[in-house]
Design a protein. Structure first.
Length: 353
């Protein structure tokens, strides 16, 4: 960020009340268009969000508190709360309600990760042991539920409209996760099904993050609607990029083993593109992509998939979705915050470049 890098969380070893003792300080995605003044406000806002997350995750039972904070302490880019803060800057700026909404969204996201890792049987998350690996599946599920409850408790203080949005977001998020775990029905187009899953399992919570920021930042109804549309498309682009990263990155870059989607048999955009190929040279790859893969099979599939034209096509589609998101902001007046939102989108779509 121009004028300063917005960071969240307490310093390692900080044992002050509300600080993340032993936590790695999460960093945001780079936003080169941010002015020094906006960078300072975002840094302060993210620190307030982080303190609230920790404060509301405290528990009289030391084990529950440790499990609550396990993934928060592992780091992360705090992408969603950053979006909430930026959307608020399109209006009156960051206040206590905006900070609370950002914390509620991030806790909802963290809760979903506990459940994701159980479903994926993941061993690592953000370079640290996943909650299910550190504890067990039952504990990870229950802590995820507890964090969902904590997020809803925070959002409840923001009024009935915010509660309704939270409930509707949760319904779509869970629906997307259920459909993500099931094959595309034979009567549906696989690519359309995949995009619908992404809109629900990822896009909706990002849309809510943006919507809350604009709402509680005092923006007009028109701007709230435009920012919400931007957020949903941003979320889809974010997940498209994540799916690409799972193919093209290595373990050190990811913080976990690549090829997770291949192990689970998920039909992400690169996989769908490869399966649609009629080139006889793709026969081995297509056989692997429709098989139950062991570790050797995953490595071979990645070796064949990474240079495949389907990966380049998936990158192009990711960039196209990013352009659609930026177009949704066309009628939002120009400002430092709007330019930062555009920069955020660009940083998202180019992560898998």
């Amino acid at each position: 960020m121009t004028g300063g890098d917005a960071r969240t969380g307490g310093s390692d070893g900080d044992d002050r009340p509300g600080a993340m003792s032993g936590a790695s300080a999460p960093t945001t995605l780079p936003l080169p268009e941010v002015s020094p003044q906006l960078a300072a406000r975002l840094t302060d806002g993210l620190e307030r969000v982080e303190r609230l997350i920790v404060e509301r995750s405290r528990h009289e039972d030391a084990f529950i508190e440790e499990a609550n904070l396990h993934l928060a302490r592992a780091g992360g880019k705090r992408f969603r709360p950053m979006l909430t803060l930026l959307a608020a800057e399109l209006g009156d700026g960051i206040d206590d309600a905006v900070v609370a909404a950002a914390a509620g969204v991030e806790l909802t996201h963290l809760a979903s990760l506990y459940h994701d890792d159980v479903m994926d049987q993941a061993e690592l998350r953000r370079g640290a042991p996943s909650a299910n690996a550190r504890y067990d599946n039952s504990t990870a599920i229950l802590v995820g539920d507890l964090l969902f409850g904590t997020a809803s408790d925070i959002i409840a203080d923001l009024g009935p409209e915010a509660v309704k949005i939270q409930a509707q977001t949760f319904i779509r998020l869970c629906s997307g996760q259920i459909r993500d775990d099931r094959p595309c029905p034979p009567e549906q187009d696989p690519r359309a099904y995949y995009r619908g899953v992404l809109a629900d399992k990822t896009g909706v919570l990002v849309a809510t993050a943006a919507r809350y920021g604009a709402m509680f930042g005092g923006c007009s109804a028109a701007t709230v609607a435009q920012v919400t549309e931007f957020g949903e498309r941003l979320g889809v682009a974010f997940q498209l990029a994540d799916d690409l990263i799972d193919v093209v990155s290595d373990r050190d870059e990811l913080g976990k083993e690549p090829g997770t989607d291949l192990r689970e048999g998920k039909r992400t955009l690169p996989v769908l593109g490869a399966l649609a190929s009629d080139d006889p040279a793709d026969a081995e790859l297509q056989r692997l992509l429709t098989s139950d893969l062991d570790d050797d099979g995953v490595q071979r599939a990645l070796q064949l998939l990474r240079p495949h034209p389907a990966v380049a096509a998936a990158r192009e589609e990711t960039v196209a979705v990013g352009r659609e998101a930026i177009d949704a902001l066309a009628e939002v007046p120009d400002s430092d915050a709007k330019r930062a939102l555009v920069a955020l989108m660009e940083s998202v779509v180019h992560r898998a470049s």
